[in-house]
Ligand binder design. Structure first.
Ligand code: ZN
Length: 299
């Protein structure tokens, strides 16, 4: 039997069918059109469910952006990207409408579970997941389960302060981790130092051409990234850190930069048992992780 899996991002909704063995049987996408608000978004979700619903559906598994209390399936905070989204109890709405079990969980938490079920974190029980993009998102898995925290908004790694009196962040504080170590930060750093606006891929292309200026820029950015990682390593003593987001395409190359940088900052016994891996399930991780949670719920 299959699960209807939906991954709601700021620009795109990915959706599909996931089997109870973790195979993505079908997938497609449509635009979120976030600014049109929650009513429009719900209509899109209903449309997806109607399209994929058969009498052999196990339930509806949703991964979404924002601060989400996954224990009840409600959006509890975040930015106002989708007007009306905060406060929505999607699980209640879906279960009432379709009389099947549903789950809703934050996208990075879902990505972590997706990687544990069918990707880079297979067989791991204590690991962290970081998605590096516009900001930095986090997921913490301890003893095979998500660490959600008292009000289910734990693992917001992006807002850990790493620079005193640093750059202003949207959260209200200055010097947040994501202002220095996100992809956005890498692009900003490159523009400041070269006067040229390159995208992430172009920056790494320059690095691979041995362009010294860009090697310096990437090393400086990686230094900020591992400043945050070293704090997380000392707190959680993880066996694995999975890095997701666009930069994960840089694979082994980036991994070795992070590792070398960490060796200067973290005690050896923490690093001896630690693996750094790039995410393996990319676009599917959110759908897989949400489906994993649904299976846990109906167990
Ligand atoms: Zn912040």
């Amino acid at each position: 039997m299959n699960i209807i899996a939906i991954d709601i991002g700021g620009t795109e909704i990915k959706y599909g069918l996931v089997s109870s063995r973790g195979e993505v049987i079908f997938s497609s996408s449509l635009l979120t059109e976030a600014s049109k608000g929650v009513e429009q978004l719900l209509e899109k979700i209903y449309g997806i469910v109607e399209e994929l619903k058969t009498n052999r559906i196990l339930g509806i598994a949703v991964s979404a952006t924002g601060q989400i209390d996954g224990s009840i399936g409600k959006v509890v905070g975040g930015t106002d990207l989708i007007p009306g989204w905060i406060g929505t109890n999607l699980v209640e709405i879906l279960e009432k409408r379709y009389s099947v079990p549903a789950v809703l969980e934050n996208d990075v938490n879902c990505a972590a579970l997706g990687e544990m079920w069918m990707g880079a974190a297979k067989g791991k029980e204590n690991f962290l997941c970081l998605t590096i993009g516009t900001g930095i998102g986090g997921g913490i898995v301890l003893k095979g389960e998500l660490l959600r925290g008292e009000s289910s908004v734990a693992a917001e790694f992006g807002h850990i302060q790493i620079v005193k009196n640093g750059l202003q962040c949207g959260c209200g504080n200055r010097g947040c981790y994501q202002s220095y170590a996100s992809t956005t930060a890498l692009l900003r750093l490159a523009e400041e130092k070269t006067g040229k606006k390159l995208n992430g891929k172009e920056i790494f292309d320059e690095v691979h051409k041995n362009n010294k200026k860009y090697i310096e820029i990437v090393n400086e950015w990686a230094d900020y990234l591992t400043d945050g990682l070293s704090t997380l390593i000392y707190i959680f003593n993880p066996s694995l850190i999975v890095i997701g987001g666009g930069v994960s395409k840089q694979g082994e190359f980036l991994k070795s930069i992070f590792q070398k940088s960490l060796e200067k900052k973290v005690m050896k016994n923490y690093l001896d048992i630690l693996e750094i891996k790039m995410a393996e399930r990319g676009n599917d991780a959110g759908m897989l992780g949400a489906s994993y949670l649904l299976l846990e719920k109906i167990k």
